[in-house]
Design a protein around this ligand. Structure first.
Ligand SMILES: C[S@@+](CC[C@H](N)C(=O)[O-])C[C@H]1O[C@@H](n2cnc3c(N)ncnc32)[C@H](O)[C@@H]1O
Length: 270
């Protein structure tokens, strides 16, 4: 029986769940993560790839990744706890260091550069997650950088970040992607004041928000200045009816931390 794409992904997630339970070393995971990992990483199964994970702890996830990805995957674990070095006996490369320190990333960049996947399951404090994104995302031309357990952006225990949580940072980065469209509408777009930052993030191709995770797709060849193109010389252009329909809507604004609130979102009237 042939499986469709969705069925295949469900099977890969199930394989991963099995690898998790069969791992000889301790680990814990959130139940919905297996489906997300399968969607993000299953193209690497059986491939010669570099998979880096911050947060080794008891070694269980390293074992799980090896079993699921296959013997051709090179797996590097990073942890601040020097005891993690013992997992080198099991064939993993282990780097000891503090992910919150920009210097640490500079020191180990030669070892992790060109990664296919960088998964962060380390300290989970917002500044650590942000520094990791900033320093590591430029270390590959094409790959995925995934920050796990983004719930810490909304946990009291981690709230020292005040309003500068990792999740708020990731949401703000979506503005940087949209800001590239200034090239399409230079006279109409909001004025971009920090062009340097937009340029600095040119390698960021897309951001995907999952429950508990944010995945950044890195592509050093992302087009930083897209253009509008026509498929043929424009003539007899049809009138666009966008301002002829209803001109506003009542919307329930998404905010789990307040009671239900409806706002009127207005449009332009013809
Ligand atoms: C949640 S555990 C990792 C669990 C493991 N990935 C698994 O699924 O089995 C988090 C790990 O991150 C490490 N860690 C905490 N802060 C860190 C930091 N600043 N830099 C590097 N590792 C850190 C901790 O020592 C701990 O081993």
């Amino acid at each position: 029986m042939t499986m469709n794409k969705n069925q295949k992904l469900k099977q890969y997630a199930e394989d991963l769940r099995q690898a998790f339970f069969e791992a000889e070393l301790l680990s814990y995971k959130v139940t919905n993560y297996f489906d997300i990992y399968a969607r993000l990483f299953s193209h690497l199964r059986g491939e010669d790839c570099l998979f880096v994970e911050t947060g080794v702890a008891n070694g269980g996830s390293l074992m799980m990744w090896r079993k699921w990805l296959g013997p051709k995957a090179r797996i590097i674990g990073i942890d601040m706890n020097p005891n993690a070095k013992k997992f080198e006996e099991l064939g993993f490369q282990i780097i000891i260091g503090d992910q919150g320190s920009r210097n640490f990333w500079k020191e180990c960049s030669a070892q992790i550069k060109d990664f296919d996947v960088f998964l962060d399951d380390g300290g989970h404090q917002s500044f650590q997650q942000i520094v990791t994104f900033e320093e590591v995302s430029t270390m590959t031309n094409y790959g995925q950088l995934v920050i796990e357990d983004t719930c810490t952006s909304r946990l009291e225990e981690f709230s020292d970040h005040a309003s500068y949580s990792f999740l708020d940072y990731a949401k703000a980065l979506t503005e940087v992607l949209v800001a590239r469209d200034v090239c399409l509408y230079p006279n109409d777009f909001y004025k971009i004041l920090n062009t340097e930052f937009v340029r600095k993030m040119a390698h960021l191709d897309s951001i995907t928000f999952f429950p508990g995770m944010v995945a950044f797709n890195i592509d050093a060849q992302s087009d930083p200045a897209p253009e509008l193109i026509w498929n043929r010389k424009p003539s007899n252009i049809e009138h666009d009816y966008r301002y002829h329909g209803v001109s506003s809507a009542e919307i329930e604004w998404p905010d789990p931390y307040s009671s239900s609130r409806c706002v009127e979102v207005r449009g332009k009237q013809n």
